[in-house]
Design a binder for this molecule. Structure first.
Ligand code: CP
Ligand code: NVA
Length: 315
């Protein structure tokens, strides 16, 4: 992961397979070291700081990053939508130029992906995309780490099924899955397919990695032969007004025990959280097959790996 020093972390397709592998290995390493030494970890990011711009709500991203930065010895500043001038009085460009003068890193959760792209364009320090309407790459690292904890470090040959909305979380998960040598099977209702451009990139990467990508509208077909079943909310942040319409459109796409029974024996369930009961039943969500809480915990180990790699502190 040495090659990530000084680089932005925007979406999974921007990482080489080796960089993705390296980040995951570093995340496992941080988890091991922490288990052994508790808070008396080495402090490789001592003296470093990171501004965290949040234009949308967050539980996991905020807490995992702020806590992870503290464990590494650095300081993270939480900047909510009404804490800074951005968006009211000040542009993304000026914000990027100013924060770069204070901080070693800037993390941002934004509405439009172009906002985090603009931040990266003008920032003099590495940017971390902490969710946009198109991408959520930090989540994918945590998901892949959870799969490695269950299945072993080599995930190649497994099949990942996504059932639900073709959204930001799916985009990076499908990119990351094919990079790890996994097949991807996606079921969405008509009109809720993944972004066409990101799907095309995923298909090219799948070919390079010798795996397949399939899309359908039929949930049963997506989970057939799957080792991993994944979903997310049907109503992402910013789509609240579409709630009633989406409930109708996604009817029949709930992950429940009957659907899980159609996947491979030993198949696991993932969900990035926050979760609503309509997309997954309690029975599945709290079952032994569900990795949702280790997955949430991994948000911390993985973002620690990203920050350390960007600052070149990976030895
Ligand atoms: N999974 C995730 O990103 O959660 P938060 O929105 O709570 O950060
Ligand atoms: N797709 C969801 C993920 C939340 C972590 C959203 O964008 O709101």
């Amino acid at each position: 992961v040495k090659s990530l020093e000084g680089k932005h972390f925007m979406s999974i397709d921007k990482l080489s397979n080796d960089e993705l592998d390296g980040l995951l290995q570093l995340a496992h390493h941080f988890k091991e070291v922490y288990a052994e030494k508790g808070p008396h970890l080495p402090k490789p990011l001592h003296g470093h700081s990171m501004s965290m711009i949040f234009q949308k709500r967050s539980t996991r991203t905020r807490v995992s990053t702020e806590t992870g930065m503290a464990l590494l010895g650095g300081h993270a500043l939480f900047l909510g939508p009404s804490d800074i001038q951005l968006g009211v009085n000040e542009s993304m460009k000026d914000t990027a130029l100013v924060l770069s003068r204070f901080n070693s890193l800037v993390l941002a959760r934004v509405h439009g992906h172009k906002d985090v792209v603009e931040l990266a364009e003008y920032s003099q320090v590495p940017i971390i995309n902490a969710l946009s309407d198109l991408h959520h790459p930090l989540q994918t690292l945590a998901d892949l780490m959870a799969l490695q904890q269950r299945f072993g470090m080599d995930l190649s040959g497994k099949t990942v099924a996504w059932v639900g909305d073709g959204n930001n979380v799916l985009h990076d998960l499908m990119l990351g899955s094919v990079k790890m040598g996994m097949n991807v099977q996606i079921a969405t209702p008509n009109g809720f397919e993944p972004d066409a451009e990101i799907l095309a990139i995923t298909k090219t990467l799948a070919e390079e990695n010798g795996v397949s990508v399939m899309t359908t509208t039929i949930a049963d077909d997506a989970v057939k032969g799957a080792d991993v079943v994944v979903t997310d909310t049907w109503v992402s942040m910013g789509q609240e007004e579409e709630y009633a319409q989406r409930m109708k459109e996604f009817d029949g796409y709930q992950v429940n025990s009957e659907l899980m029974a159609k996947a491979n024996d030993g198949a696991v369930f993932l969900h990035c959280l926050p979760r609503h009961p309509e997309e997954v039943t309690d029975e599945v969500f709290y079952s032994d097959a569900s990795l949702v809480f280790p997955e949430a915990e991994n948000r911390m180990w993985t973002v620690m790996a990203v920050m350390a790699a960007q600052l070149g502190r990976v030895e």
